[in-house]
Design a binder for this molecule. Sequence first.
Ligand code: TYM
Length: 327
Amino acid sequence: MKIFSGIQPTGDKHLGNYIGGFRQYAATQELGEAFFCIVDLHSITVEYDPRDLHDRTLDLFAMLIATGLDPDRSTVFAQSHVTAHAEASWLLSAVTSFGQLGRMTQFKDKAEKREFVSAGLFTYPVLMAGDILLYRTDRVPIGDDQRQHLELARDVAERFNARFGETFVVPEGIYPEVGARIMDLQEPTRKMSTTGGTEQGTVKLLEEPDVIRKKFRSAVTDSGREIRRGDDKPGVSNLVDILAVATQRTPGEIEVAYDGAGYGDLKRDVGEAVVELLAPVRQRYLELRADEPELLRLLSVGAEKARAASAPTLEAMYDRMGFVRLG
Ligand code: TYM
């Protein structure tokens, strides 16, 4: 079984990324041959600082290892080091529908907030489809917000296969059972995000423990007093889910354990559990990040492996699409 996922190097990584991303990567690498990609090419589709991109690519690489990826076992690499991604994106744009790209909610949300909307922001999901399809991926561990992009990748694969012959595996998503959409602590009707969320409601992975505790203490809860999940209780549901993930229990067990307790107890305990969960990650991250030559060495090993794995698929694409190949 082939596993592939990607994560952007821009924006501080937060608890939503941990639960929908990092945590799942470490678990799914056990399922087969796994590829994890720092999608630096995706990060230039919105305003960014070039110096930032450089540092954050290395930060993210260290974080992927700190959260449990084993670079000997899995292929961990940067997208821009494997030129097949940019090439596949162009080839696949021939079988991607303009109308479907325009219906992507992430594009509409992001485009709405900006004066300058890059063409790259629009074609972003084609690049993502290429990432996945190049490795003949069976399963893609992602959070709920990437569901629509994965659907598009599946449509693109099917259209290519129908038009040019069986080339791609049609991939399926793996979503966390709990926490597929972690919400902002201050505005629990929108997802936690460093670009679209509130500062106080977004828990960053490298934040000081006291800052994390404070963010949970001031989390917005709902009317009523009961600790239970429900559509009418987005704030409490979110906290229950986070506590469940952080303490490896089910949300149902949390509800039973907190029967009769107050919101204050819940908020304190979630904060503490998240601090405990992240403390070893932070420690390991700082050690890894201090050794930049070693990070660069590991990145080149990842790039080599990813180039070798993706080259035959890219070659098959060119060939089936009718391009003259030079042997
Ligand atoms: P990105 O970098 O925004 O997010 C990385 C992962 O974190 C998940 N995630 C969340 N999960 C739960 N709750 C949240 N609030 C939350 N916020 C983010 C995302 O679902 C994602 O799994 N387009 C992708 C990157 C990408 C990719 C790919 C992913 C590029 N190519 C190929 C998979 C396969 C993105 O921007 O993720």
